[in-house]
Design a protein around this ligand. Structure first.
Ligand code: ADP
Ligand code: MG
Length: 262
């Protein structure tokens, strides 16, 4: 399964907030979408899922326009963790994760054994079995992030798009979520994750798509995309770097200039 976005352009506030951006995600790869705050990452994700109007571009799922699939069919094929973690309803953790099964369920009938099993798998994956009965509105920010990730995982869609899945997590759970995403990719899922942690991006991603000011400015293996020139021109930072077990590591070290203000 393959999702291709070509030439996506989104307007907001009288200008282009995403401009002619293209990316693709295929089965079996973990792709990182990175870029400074306000680069347009969340807007691009929302526009390619049809959650935000675009003024240009096409989105293809296995070569067919994404919009040609019925909404539930789209939801079964592409799961999404939005950046916004607000949960207004006082549901239990388990019930929130069960919402991820909605595209597989027969209307509002009680969930069947397959749905219960998928929720159990998702709960176990994110290490949340012990809080399954807790009211989701009382959770810590990191716990809520893991529960909402579990909701997206419970869809068991072949493609998974996650917007900042490790923000607000402690280092143990950051590493754990990166391992979950890499494990999904190894077992044949296509995963696109927006993350800010360049060290974890360099370590875990198969490919990185770098955005700056609404456009995609580079795409490729982490070491090629996160070179010194890109870190300087896009992020205005310099990093220390090396290699371990055949993978590049990097540690953002100092600022080299001033970030643009909007
Ligand atoms: P990122 O996820 O990369 O941090 P976003 O996609 O959330 O960035 O936002 C990109 C830019 O577009 C930001 O400067 C944001 O303020 C702006 N923006 C997002 N949505 C709108 C909108 N509906 N109208 C005007 N500006 C918007
Ligand atoms: Mg964002």
């Amino acid at each position: 399964m393959k999702l291709e976005a070509r030439g996506i352009t989104v307007e907001g506030g009288g200008c282009h907030i995403v401009s002619n951006a293209s990316l693709e995600i295929s089965a079996g790869e973990l792709v990182g979408l990175i870029g400074p705050n306000g680069a347009g990452k969340s807007t691009l994700l929302r526009a390619l899922l049809g959650l935000q109007p675009r003024v240009g571009g096409t989105v293809l799922l296995d070569g067919a326009p994404f919009e040609s699939f019925a909404p539930l069919e789209r939801a079964r094929r592409v799961a999404f963790l939005p950046q916004d973690r607000a949960v207004e309803w006082r549901l239990s953790v388990r019930d929130v994760i069960m919402l991820g099964r909605f595209p597989h369920r027969n209307g509002f009938a009680a969930p069947g054994a397959a749905c219960e099993a998928a929720v159990d798998r998702a709960l176990a994956l994110v290490d949340c079995q012990t809080i399954a009965d807790r009211d989701v509105t009382v959770l810590s920010g990191g716990e809520r992030t893991r529960v909402l990730l579990a909701r997206a995982l419970a869809v068991e869609a072949p493609l998974l798009l996650v917007d900042e899945p490790i923000t607000a997590l402690d280092p143990y759970h950051q590493m754990h979520v990166m391992e979950i995403l890499a494990g999904l990719a190894r077992s044949g899922f296509g995963v696109l994750a927006v993350i800010h942690d360049l060290a974890l991006a360099a370590r875990f991603m198969d490919r990185i798509v770098l955005m700056s000011r609404g456009g995609v400015v580079a795409s490729g293996p982490p070491a090629a995309v996160l070179d010194d020139a890109a870190l300087d021109s896009v992020y205005h930072i310099a990093a220390m770097r090396g290699e371990k077990d055949g993978r590049p590591w990097m540690l953002p070290w100092r600022r080299t200039g001033q970030a643009e203000t909007e």
